[in-house]
Design a protein around this ligand. Structure first.
Ligand code: IPM
Ligand code: MG
Length: 357
């Protein structure tokens, strides 16, 4: 029997409750398949600051590096907002991504037919949307130096090297080759030098992928096009901050930010994390949607462990659960036959996983 080591980071806010549901579903799927998952829990984020005095303790980095994959919930909250930047939960997450070399963040948005009415956008705009954001994750303005906040002036630096652009472009083109072979690279090359280099390097990498049709779009236009006609996109390739913003926007195409999963990969060990934050306002009430984390766990099975059947099983179970009308509160206005709590929907998905032949 195959055994995998999973580092589990539950984090802050709704993190613990959504991760618990993902583990429930993972246990249901591993019971059906020929592998075993061994979980090791690590502290990160605000909780790690409270307990250990740092948002990213060394043993967390080490534990993650010694695992087959990291399953991550969410971090952050008002309680830690006033801390110096280095001590903030977010900075722990950024450092973990960097420490694991997770430079490629893959964020799929697929509209479930059952939820076309869940979005604030018109169903005919959404039906059939299937797009894939490839976001650069360990560079750009998030990490660029110099950076500072002084009394009357503050600044950050958006910086990319040729090599950083090349390696994320390769991920973008490889992803496009596995999909509909369309890649839209998003930048702000009409204003920023860093985007001009981005565009140049993407064009160079494109030479190796003659089958992929490449287009370029300015980020402001891309934001508008995503809402106007999301079906035009297959793979969107973009930098760190533009990808952060565009992936939140694309989540509303699916109906709720509580649905979007992601994989942060590139190094030896990947992080599988929902795209949403820690939602402290609803934490502990049992109303959060664990599906983004459950689908992130499916991405973990697929990409990190190569357990494709298990990943398919989870994705199908989620689809069927939605089809049968089960909804968490974020989706409940849209014709739900039943509004479920966080742990109820987790258990229902686990049961569906168990029942699938
Ligand atoms: C995300 C989040 C993070 C980011 C925050 C929590 C640091 O918004 O994963 O999209 O900006 O990358
Ligand atoms: Mg974000």
């Amino acid at each position: 029997m195959k055994r995998y080591k999973i580092a589990v980071i539950r984090g802050d806010g709704i993190g613990p409750e959504i991760v618990d549901e993902a583990v429930k579903v993972l246990d249901a799927v591993s019971a059906k398949e020929d592998f075993e998952l061994n979980y090791e829990e690590y502290l990160m984020g605000g909780i790690a600051y409270d307990v250990k005095g740092t948002p990213l303790p060394d043993e967390t980095i080490e534990g993650c590096l010694n695992s087959d994959a990291v399953l991550f919930g969410s971090i952050g909250g008002e309680k830690w907002d006033k801390l110096p930047r280095d001590m903030r939960p977010e900075s722990g997450l950024l450092r973990l991504r960097k420490a694991l070399g997770a430079f490629a963040n893959l964020r799929p948005t697929k509209v479930f037919d059952e939820l076309v009415n869940a979005s604030t956008l018109k169903p005919e705009v959404l039906q059939g949307v299937d797009l894939f954001v490839v976001r650069e994750l360990t560079g750009g303005i998030y990490f660029g130096e110099p950076r500072a906040k002084e009394a009357d002036v503050a600044y950050n630096t958006m910086i990319y090297t040729r090599e950083e652009i090349r390696r994320i472009a390769v991920v973008g083109f490889d992803s496009a080759m596995k999909r509909r072979k369309k890649l839209c690279s998003v930048d702000k090359a009409n204003v920023l030098e860093v985007s001009q280099l981005w565009r140049e390097v993407v064009e160079e990498v494109a030479q190796d992928y003659p089958e992929v049709s490449l287009s370029h779009m300015y980020v402001d236009n891309a934001a508008m096009q995503l809402i106007r006609n999301p079906k035009q996109f297959d793979v969107i390739l973009t930098g760190n901050i533009f990808g952060d913003i565009l992936s939140d926007a694309s989540s509303m195409i699916s109906g709720s930010i509580g649905l979007l999963a992601s994989a942060s990969m590139g190094g030896k060990v990947g992080i599988y994390e929902p795209i949403h934050g820690s939602a402290p306002d609803i934490a502990g009430q049992g109303i959060s949607n664990p599906i983004a984390t459950i689908l992130s766990a499916a991405m973990m099975l697929r990409f990190a462990l190569g357990e494709i059947n298990a990943a398919d099983r989870i994705e199908l179970a989620v689809k069927n659960v939605l089809k049968d009308g089960y909804r968490t509160r974020d989706l409940s206005a849209m014709g739900a036959s039943e509004v479920c709590s966080t742990s109820e929907i987790g258990s229902i998905i686990a049961n569906y996983v168990a029942k699938l032949s």
